[in-house]
Design a protein around this ligand. Sequence first.
Ligand SMILES: [Zn+2]
Length: 198
Amino acid sequence: MAQKLPKDLLTLISYLKKLPGVGAKTAERFAFEFLSWEKGSLQLLGNELKEIQEKIPACSICGCLTDRGLCSFCKSRDPSILCILASPRDVYAIEETGNYRGLYHIIEHLLSPLDGRYTNTLRIDRIEKRILDSETKEIIIAFDSTLEGDTTALFLKNSLSHLNLSISRLAFGLPVGSSLEYVDGGTLARAFVGRQLI
Ligand SMILES: [Zn+2]
């Protein structure tokens, strides 16, 4: 079927297929669904997509999402604890546990040499400056329980150990290979309370 579709429809399908969990058949279904939408709705969606990165920028200090300027976390949280995460999305999973009152720092990606993501892309200097500026006493590393998560946590621990901080990692109760976004709130809350020094 795909070979006979109009070229622009194929282009749309190829973009939709980039979304997580969307295969060729689902992308095709979505593309045909868009064709049936009213023009006004399509334009509104197009405008939202076009401006989404400008409308929802990353906080210049911690990398969390914000409407503009500093994010609400940087303005109001306990500066002695810093939770390091790999994605702004994981912040909301942690917030839902209701247990955490410290600051956040997003590193944007985990180390993965196979994908070309090496230690020099983590901006350790930026993390160190952040720690010194906020008088951080405790670091909580909250990465997915995967090989990349383990590698990055170990690298961070080794890189920051000279600062004499308490460095712990969420691990307790998190299934091996699990992504934070799929872990239920109760398990994540227990993982927080049971965080282990590394
Ligand atoms: Zn912030």
